[in-house]
Design a protein around this ligand. Structure first.
Ligand SMILES: C[S@@+](CC[C@H](N)C(=O)[O-])C[C@H]1O[C@@H](n2cnc3c(N)ncnc32)[C@H](O)[C@@H]1O
Length: 211
């Protein structure tokens, strides 16, 4: 992933952000040591942003699309109340095995439910209302995920979408994934059902609130 900010800015932001705990730190290390594409993991700055948004919004029921090794799920679960629930969707049994081990070691793991399989199929089985949705799976389906979860989201609920700047490729979209993300962003920008701001945090995070 290309760093979108000036050299040093990301490190500066990290140094001025609350630390993640030992468990998340070792989850991150194990992901980097053992998994392909470890950069898919959101990391500490975005992870703390997710946790804070869960706390600030008072979310109690969260849907995550794209678990990977569980970093963002655990970060958001930290912000949930004790009886809160986070449902997370992924189809990769290898990364889910790692996620499960870390959820079991966390005091917040009991709030998390994994549904293994293609996310669009899993969403069809879910009922609302959801308070917050984090979309972070296959980019070609972003628009489908957005349209599938919007009816399940309560009025005033939040959708967060990761990687919406796609290393800057949205400025001159060429590859299929560049075009899919740019089209998704255009769709959200025009959507009058929601209020939104595209945050230039890390690889871009769309923060969307349903009216
Ligand atoms: C960017 S990673 C998620 C990173 C995670 N949110 C984190 O911060 O650690 C994307 C994940 O989406 C999953 N994925 C891709 N296509 C999927 C699909 N159709 N259904 C469910 N999961 C999918 C991949 O297996 C991968 O683990």
């Amino acid at each position: 992933m290309r760093i979108l900010t000036e050299p040093g800015i990301d490190e500066y932001a990290l140094a001025k952000t609350s630390d993640h705990d030992e468990l998340l730190s070792s989850l991150m290390k194990e992901t980097h040591a053992t998994m392909d594409s470890p950069n898919m993991l959101t990391g500490p700055v975005e992870g703390r942003l997710l946790k804070l948004l869960v706390q600030i919004s008072g979310a109690r029921r969260i849907l995550e699309i794209g678990t990977f090794t569980g970093y963002s799920a655990l970060s958001m679960a930290e912000g949930l109340p004790e009886d809160g629930e986070l449902i997370t969707l992924d189809l990769n049994p290898v990364s889910l095995e790692l996620a499960r081990r870390y959820f079991a070691r966390s005091s917040h793991g009991k709030k998390i439910k994994i549904i293994e399989g293609p996310a669009l199929d899993s969403i069809k089985e879910l009922s609302g209302p959801l308070d917050l949705v984090f979309i972070d799976a296959d980019k070609g389906n972003y628009l489908n995920y957005y349209e599938a979860v919007l009816p399940l989201l309560k009025s005033g609920g939040i959708i967060l979408v990761d990687n919406v700047l796609w290393s800057g490729a949205v400025l001159e979209p060429k590859a299929k994934s560049d075009i899919a993300i740019d089209e998704f962003n255009q769709h959200v920008a025009k959507d009058e059902r929601v209020e939104k701001v595209l945050l230039t945090v890390r690889d871009g995070v769309y923060l969307i609130r349903k009216h």
